[in-house]
Design a protein around this ligand. Sequence first.
Ligand code: NAD
Length: 263
Amino acid sequence: MSLVTRVAVLGAAGRMGQEVCRAVAEAGDLDLVAAVDLRPPPVPDGVVVGTDLDTLRRAGAEVAVDFTEAGAARANLAWCADHGVHAVVGTTGLRPADLADLAERFAASAANAVVAPNFAIGAVLLVRLCELAAPHMDGVEVIELHHDRKVDAPSGTALRTAERILAAREAAGSPPLPPDPTTQEVLAGARGGEAPGGIRVHSVRLPGLVAHEEVVFGAPGQSLTVRHDSYDRRSFMPGVLLAVRAVAGRPGLTVGLEPLLGI
Ligand code: NAD
């Protein structure tokens, strides 16, 4: 790649896409060359704007950042693999079968891809810290808190946190978590949802919140709380830019930010 990396943003008119456009435009070593969306994205003059992927070819993009929706991302990524454009993907909703397909496509391509369901470095660290704590504590519950427009519960990140905690306990040979003592749930749902391993996950929805997660571990006489707060979408940008800068050097498909952070 050249000294300044030529970056395209797919979904450039969206909430995340606009933030990525700003972050790329402000980075001295990156050049925002193309913005693709079905709606007109608010980007500076000189950026090639379009509604289809040929926009990337016209702009000579080297890396495409995708924050669209799962259906669009599948098609966008196939195009990137076929056309030798590196891809950095934050769009959620890709299934394990999609990731398997992407791994094959990018293994056969001159281009690489980084797919991360959460680009907030603090959130990635939270999960890693929970994996460290999980085998040493006797109980754990996950609380995720989001803005009042989120329609699904619990968040994918909370569910993955619970899965990784369970996997860390199993890998360490920890006993199963103690059974829930509740025999009378006065309000249905008061004990939250039950994730694999019996880990309880609680969802809070309130105006003013953005994206927050708190994991509380318990053991006799003590508790340990690990918490991460995303106050606005800027929290995702260091992770996105890290992936944009790293993707050319990571052959094939990389899933998650952990390998890029060396954790
Ligand atoms: P949004 O609805 O504001 O933006 C999506 C944009 O994609 C829209 O402007 C839409 O017009 C555009 N789009 C849809 N299909 C397209 C296509 N075929 N070609 C080009 N543009 C297309 O959504 P958002 O809040 O910006 O979130 C986008 C995605 O990013 C979601 O999947 C969300 O879950 C995910 N997300 C991921 C992270 C992360 O850290 N990985 C963080 C926040 C959001």
